[in-house]
Design a protein around this ligand. Sequence first.
Ligand SMILES: C[S@@+](CC[C@H](N)C(=O)[O-])C[C@H]1O[C@@H](n2cnc3c(N)ncnc32)[C@H](O)[C@@H]1O
Length: 257
Amino acid sequence: MSGIPDIATDPAGVYHCDMRSRPPARSTSRKPPLRVQVTTLWDYPSQDYGPTHQGLPGYPGATPSYIIWNLLQRYTRPNDLVVDCFCGSGTTLDVARDLKRRALGYDIHPTRQDIFRVDARKLPPELTNKVDLVFIDPPYSTHLDYGPDPRDIGKLSARDGTYYEAMEQVIHEVHRILKPGKVFSLYVSDSYEHGRGFYPLGIELFNRAVRIGFTPVDIISVVRHNKTLQMGNYRKAAEEQNFFLRGFNYLFIFRKS
Ligand SMILES: C[S@@+](CC[C@H](N)C(=O)[O-])C[C@H]1O[C@@H](n2cnc3c(N)ncnc32)[C@H](O)[C@@H]1O
């Protein structure tokens, strides 16, 4: 099972219902044309664009690359500096290179040589006011196991508030490193733990970002195409036990005031 939680086998009996809880389909056929999205509902039924992969195929928490492509097209220019401090399989680095932007990737569990092992709560001091765009797709509380490092924010719970405290520190750091007026984008899903509760991570993190000094630019709803959720035990459990599976992620766009 490659360490990925499954709705039927999670030993804690918790239905995490994370859209990313299985490796995404990496189809190379019939990808739609890649265009700048013009509404606040984004729907691109493929993990990657073009004939190549962005990020590492099969990485369980990968961000769909068209999301990052859209942000960089709209809010950056060639040679601008982009930072992703939850870089995972490196999707942001690959998209930035495709678009001739400079990019720095950090992660507590680096998967490639071009990602530096750095805690997102303590970014390099020399980056203050140097960055043109920050994109992050952080852990959604405890949905996925990314590795053994105890500094992994994916080990912290929204239930006891430790997840929010950690993410607040991250958002402060993002604010410090951005140039004034530049864009911070946060991709996140809410969290539902069956029998325990619903945790509105999106609203909680949005409010914290505004308090820290970011001005909202827009809120995008991103539809995910994970066929697993329409099948078998996921669907059955949601119907019989009267809860909802996650059908969208938030993409928040802010500017540093
Ligand atoms: C959703 S994944 C990122 C996916 C990535 N955008 C991609 O496309 O592959 C979240 C990442 O956050 C990392 N992470 C967790 N806690 C962290 C921390 N304190 N500092 C930096 N990275 C952290 C995990 O190791 C994981 O790789």
